[in-house]
Design a protein around this ligand. Structure first.
Ligand code: SAH
Length: 373
C-alpha cells in the first residue's frame, strides 16, 4: 500500500510533494475511520513492535512519537493560560467572543487579578504564563507592557507568552522590550480566499501574515496555526498551510478542531473531527521535528481522550487554564468547552495524570523551543 511508503518518506525527509501530502492525508482518513478512539488509545500505549505494525495509521503515530522523542524525549511542557479579556473588536465568523455576539457576557481582568493568577500558576509549577484575549483596545501598549513587567518582576524564571492578536510592529517591539518571550497568532488559513470566507472584509490576510513575520524578526518564539475542519477547508488548503509554515519557520504550531458556537454565523457548520486533527498533528510533528505542538483544549472538548491521543500523535505541550473560576465560562470561543468549572489546581493535577497515563512526564520548566533560530 502506498500510504506506508509515504509515511516512511515523510519520516526520513520531513517533507513530501503536494500530491503525496494529499495522498497521505486522504489515505489515512479512510483507514482511521475503521478504528474506535478507545481502541486506538489502547493500541498506541502498547509497544510499537507488538501492536499491528502493518496498519499505516498506527505506523504514522509511532513514527511521530519517535520523532518527538528524539528531540523532546518523554517530556511534556506546561503552559498556564490566563484568558484576561473576552472583549474583542473583531468579527471572525467562527469565534464565540466576536464583537457581534450580543449574547456574550463580557469581562476584563485587572492587572492585580492577572498577577494573582500568574502567581498561583507559579506555585503550581508553571514556568510559562500565556496571556490570551480578544483584541481589546482597553489594554493599550503601556498596560500590556506593565502587566508583562509585573509578571517578570514577580517571577524572573517564567516565560511570558502573549496571544492578543494583530498589532503594529512597534507595539510588538514594546512588549518584547518589556520582557515578553513568545507570541501566539494563528494564521488561521494560508489561503487568501479561504481567509475571506472566515473573516469579514475589515480583516486582512496580508496583515495577519505580516504580523507573523514582524514577530519573528523582533526575536519572539512565534506560534502560528489553524483550526482543522474550519468551514470551507479542503485538503489543498491544509497543504498550503504546510507550505506557509515551511516558509515562516514557526517555533510553535497550534492546531485544534473547529467547533461551532451557537451564537455565531458558523453555528450550523460541521465540527472538525478528532481523527483529522490527530492525523494533522502527526504530519506536523514529522514535517517540523522540533516544533512545540500543543494538545489543545478544543481537542479535549471533542473527545474525552482527545488530549491523550494528541500526545500519542506527537504533541508535546499542554495548556491548562489558570483563569479565575468566575470568568472561565465567559471565555467561550466554541460550544461545550471543557474545564470551565475546574479550579486551577484541579486542572493542573488532572493534566499531570493524563500525561502520565500515556507514558509521558510533565516538566516544571519554561519549555523553550529546542533548536537554532
Ligand atoms: N485574539 C487572539 C486570540 C484568538 S482566540 C488572536 O487573534 O490571536 C485563539 C484561537 O482560538 C483562534 O486563533 C482560533 O484559531 C481559535 N478559535 C476561535 N474560534 C474557534 C472555534 N469556534 N473552534 C475552535 N477554535 C476556535
Amino acid at each position: 500500500m502506498k500510504t506506508d511508503r509515504l509515511i516512511e518518506e515523510l519520516y526520513r525527509e520531513h517533507t513530501l510533494s503536494d500530491e503525496d501530502y494529499r495522498l497521505l492525508i486522504e489515505g489515512l482518513r479512510q483507514e482511521i475511520r475503521e478504528i474506535d478512539p478507545g481502541e486506538l488509545y489502547q493500541l498506541l500505549r502498547k509497544d510499537p513492535e507488538t501492536s499491528h505494525p502493518d496498519r499505516p495509521i498506527l505506523q504514522l503515530f509511532h513514527r511521530a512519537q519517535q520523532v518527538r522523542e528524539s528531540v523532546y524525549q518523554k517530556e511534556v511542557y506546561l503552559r498556564g493560560l490566563i484568558e484576561f479579556t473576552n472583549v474583542c473588536k473583531n468579527n471572525c465568523y467562527y469565534c464565540g467572543i466576536r464583537a457581534g455576539n450580543a449574547q456574550a457576557e463580557r469581562y476584563r481582568l485587572s492587572k492585580e487579578q492577572i498577577l494573582a493568577c500568574a502567581d498561583q500558576g507559579y506555585h503550581l509549577g508553571f514556568r510559562t504564563i500565556v496571556l490570551q484575549g480578544g483584541e481589546d483596545p482597553y489594554y493599550d501598549d503601556a498596560m500590556i507592557c506593565d502587566i508583562v513587567r509585573g509578571i517578570k518582576q514577580q517571577h524572573a524564571d517564567c516565560a511570558v507568552t502573549l496571544s492578543i492578536g494583530e498589532k503594529e510592529k512597534e507595539s510588538y517591539q514594546a512588549y518584547y522590550d518589556a520582557g515578553a518571550d513568545r507570541y501566539l497568532l494563528r494564521h488561521e488559513t494560508a489561503n487568501e480566499q479561504h481567509y475571506k470566507q472566515l473573516h469579514p472584509d475589515s480583516m486582512s490576510w496580508q496583515h495577519r501574515r505580516k504580523c507573523l513575520y514582524d514577530l519573528k524578526e523582533i526575536g519572539y518564539q512565534v506560534g502560528c496555526g489553524m483550526m482543522v475542519g474550519s468551514p470551507g477547508q479542503t485538503t489543498d488548503h491544509l497543504i498550503e498551510d504546510i507550505r506557509f509554515m515551511q516558509e515562516l519557520g514557526p517555533h510553535m504550531i497550534g492546531i485544534g478542531p473547529f467547533i461551532p458556537h451557537k451564537d455565531t454565523p458558523c453555528r450550523e457548520e460541521k465540527p472538525g473531527t478528532l481523527y483529522d486533527t490527530l492525523i494533522l498533528l502527526a504530519v506536523m510533528r514529522m514535517t517540523y521535528p522540533r516544533v512545540l505542538l500543543p494538545a489543545t483544549t478544543a481537542l479535549g472538548t471533542i473527545h474525552p481522550l482527545g488530549r491523550e491521543l494528541g500526545l500519542l500523535a506527537g504533541a508535546n505541550v499542554v495548556m491548562p487554564n489558570l483563569s479565575p473560576g468566575d470568568v472561565r465560562e465567559k471565555y467561550l470561543l466554541y460550544d461545550g468547552k471543557i474545564c470551565t468549572g475546574d479550579e486551577a489546581a484541579e486542572c493542573r493535577h488532572g493534566m499531570e495524570r493524563r500525561v502520565a497515563s500515556v507514558g509521558y512526564q510533565v516538566l516544571v520548566s519554561r519549555g523553550d523551543w529546542r533548536g537554532q533560530s
